[in-house]
Ligand binder design. Structure first.
Ligand SMILES: O=C(O)CCC(=O)C(=O)O
Ligand SMILES: [Fe+2]
Length: 371
């Protein structure tokens, strides 16, 4: 129990996996992070994600948010049945409070394969919207390249997670389609500096991520990201230069029978008086849309020694977050779609009118519910 009550986020050196002599050490550290923390910093990833590309992306972000409001509104999410595009400041709530952030949802390249008659959830994947190239030359290419490299880092991490859980490296591959049929969803987020009149300092409220894996770039030097341990204390996950933050979501926790943990986290706005906003770029590494994690064909068999480690650790008490119980009955795509409908009612009203009515019988609310 004490091991699970972490006071610090572990840092793992990705270059250890490149040498068979040091890889076992990495796998052991990954197992510890999976079972006891749910979060880690990953350093030395330049064999997969180009460092200059990351710096270039970071330098675009302030320019992206500084675009004229009308240019940002031209690519607003309401245009997109795929829930990709721009969301204005304060459009969402978490646990009943406004999340003080502004964001662009941008995903890896994908052509929608939905056609009339198909389930709605196949339509959550499709093309992104980018601002006018002339206003921010090179941004689109940089972002696309970034998303594709980080996705490939994610795919490698999934194989390492399988090994850390005592499975063969392809032990989790049944949750994925071929790469051309997959889409992974990123966001570029700005957390503005509140002023004395702001009602809250909530960047985003406490929540779990839903899927398997999130790979987060903290794109400015602000602290603010915090992770909750079992005592309920919020542990800082401040930016460490040259690293990504990796965390595990509810779907991974579910399919690993609770061996891996999803951990509650939140973001505090920069303190009043900070000279600049906080920026971050999460990438949610998705599983295939039609996976139903309850279906026996997705049941994983873990070696007894891994299950024993889980049992010795004990059950983890619930922390201060909402749950994703829908995973137990719905295909993964539907879980995504329902989450998106709640977060972005204006998009749902326009593109998914039936679901919209079910969720919002009293009409369009002024804000969505992020988590
Ligand atoms: O911005 C961050 O650092 C984390 C954001 C986050 O947790 C999320 O969007 O799920
Ligand atoms: Fe999150």
């Amino acid at each position: 129990m004490t091991e699970s009550n972490f006071s610090k986020i572990p840092q793992l050196d990705y270059s250890l996996v490149l040498d068979s002599a040091t890889k076992p050490q990495f796998i052991l550290e990954l197992r510890h992070a999976l079972m006891h923390v749910g979060f880690l910093y990953l350093s030395n990833t330049s064999s997969v994600v180009d460092e200059e590309l990351v710096e270039s992306l970071k330098s675009y972000i302030p320019k992206l948010f500084a675009l004229p409001q009308e240019e940002k509104d031209k690519i607003r999410m309401a245009n997109s049945p795929h829930f990709l595009g721009y969301s204005r400041l304060g459009a969402e709530l978490t646990k009943g409070k406004t999340d003080y952030r502004e964001q662009f949802d941008i995903a890896t390249e994908h052509v929608s394969r939905w056609k009339p008659g198909d389930p709605d959830y196949l339509n959550v994947w499709g093309p992104s919207q980018y601002p006018d190239e002339a206003l921010i030359p090179g941004f689109q290419h940089t972002m696309q390249t970034y998303l594709s490299q980080v996705t490939s880092l994610g795919t490698r991490i999934i194989a390492l997670i399988a090994e850390a859980l005592g499975l063969p490296p392809d032990g989790l591959s049944r949750f994925y389609d071929t790469p051309d049929r997959m889409q992974h969803r990123g966001k570029i987020v700005q957390y503005p500096v509140p002023n004395e009149r702001s009602e809250s300092d909530q960047g985003v409220g406490p929540h779990y991520d839903a899927g398997f894996l999130t790979i987060l770039l903290q794109a400015s030097s602000h602290p603010g990201l915090q992770v909750q341990n079992l005592s309920g204390d919020w542990i800082d996950a401040s930016p460490v230069p040259g690293t990504f933050v990796i965390n595990f979501g509810r779907a991974l926790e579910f399919v690993t029978k609770g061996i891996a943990r999803a951990t509650s986290h939140r973001v505090l706005s920069p303190p009043i008086g900070s000279p600049s906003p906080r920026y971050s770029v999460p990438l949610f590494h998705n599983i295939a849309l039609d996976v139903r994690v309850r279906d026996p064909k997705y049941e994983l068999e873990f070696p007894p020694e891994i299950l024993k480690l889980r049992d010795e650790r004990g059950n983890l008490s619930q922390t201060d977050s909402i749950n994703y119980s829908e995973f137990e009955s719905q295909p993964s795509g539907m879980v995504q779609l329902l989450g998106r409908v709640r977060s972005h009612p204006d998009v749902a009203q326009r593109h998914y009118p039936v679901l919209f009515k079910e969720f919002f019988p009293n009409g369009l609310p002024t804000q969505g519910i992020a988590y």
